[in-house]
Design a binder for this molecule. Structure first.
Ligand code: SF4
Length: 316
């Protein structure tokens, strides 16, 4: 085991079978590889992002984990696309403290009028290169419009492995998600794609997801950990333990090596006092200030944690 850890830390590309074995190792042994790889590719820099839920609820898709799906009976707020002046204002304020700001909308896709409104705002935005969008399926025409408006980063999660996916969604296919990512890449966008863990998937499903993301060339990999929401189909699932979460992050770093690994939804609730261990596990970034339908931790506390670890906030 020690030999394998050293080889990986020195650049060996791991196989799926080898990656699976890491779930049986002790945390401190896995960290020997994961922390070293993070340091090698990311140094002391920590990326921090935040998001706005720009259109909420009443989604036509049936993702079993999601509070915004119309198939789930939750008390999530429902509203149409937020006024773009408001999005502009909130994003400028957030970008004083974070390197990337994501505009996220519920639903399978935005319509042409909504895309047009956003593009008009993006064209005038002072920090447009620091914005990303997460707006579901996008036509080629709208990819071009977003590109011309200055958007560089496209977020579209795969959520889980192809094999497990039918257990969490039936209204659109895994292949549709993969195709959206491939087309975004073709149009020259940076890709931000990751998943949600703790939905009942196996370790093998997690490893398969990491390999698919590696194959697709995701530049940034957001990792979310299920916070079972009342009224969703997954409301009765137990949460992951902190140790299992840290091992999952480490396995992703060991497989993926170079992309940014951002720890997002479920960090505070599920990791509790072990939040700062994400960096030993190989993460080099986090989402701050709350999630789509659940509040999170404020930027001041996250900045302090980064400072206390002798790491540097990367606002580039
Ligand atoms: S995850 Fe996205 S597509 Fe799925 S139900 Fe929620 S908002 Fe809709």
């Amino acid at each position: 085991m020690e030999d394998l850890t050293i080889e990986i830390a020195n650049g060996k590309q791991i196989t799926k079978e080898e990656a699976l074995k890491f779930f049986d190792f002790e945390l401190e042994d896995i960290f020997l590889a994961s922390a070293k790889i993070r340091r090698k590719y990311k140094g002391d820099k920590v990326k921090v992002c935040s998001i706005i839920n720009a259109k909420s609820g009443q989604c036509s898709e049936d993702c079993k984990f999601c509070a915004q799906s119309a198939f789930n009976k939750t008390d999530v707020k429902v509203y149409s696309l937020v006024d773009t002046e408001k999005i502009n204002e909130v994003s400028i304020k957030a970008l004083e403290n974070v390197g990337c700001f994501g505009i996220v909308s519920s639903g399978n896709s935005l319509n042409d009028v909504e895309i047009e409104k956003l593009c008009e705002m993006f064209k005038k935005h002072k920090k447009v290169s620091h914005l990303g969008v997460s707006i579901g399926r996008i036509s080629d025409e709208n990819f071009l419009k977003l590109k011309k408006a200055g958007i560089k980063k496209m977020h579209h999660n795969l959520e889980t492995s192809e094999n497990f996916y039918p257990n969490i969604c039936s209204t659109h296919s895994y292949q549709e998600r993969v195709d959206t990512i491939k087309r975004a890449k073709k149009f020259g966008f940076e890709i931000c794609s990751g998943g949600l863990f703790g939905m009942g998937e196996s370790f093998k499903d997690r490893v398969d997801l990491a390999f698919t993301l590696k194959e697709l060339g995701s530049d940034s990999v957001p990792m979310n950990f299920l916070m079972p929401i009342k009224g969703t189909a997954l409301e009765h699932l137990p949460t992951m333990t902190p140790v299992e979460i840290l091992k999952t992050i480490a396995v992703f770093r060991i497989i993926l090596q170079t992309p940014d690994i951002m720890i997002c939804g479920g960090r505070e609730v599920n990791l509790r006092d072990l939040q700062s261990w994400i960096f030993q596990a190989g993460a080099n970034g986090l989402m701050t200030g709350g999630y789509l339908t659940i509040s999170g931790r404020d930027i001041t506390s996250d900045k302090q944690m980064i400072k206390d670890l002798d790491l540097d906030l990367d606002l580039e």
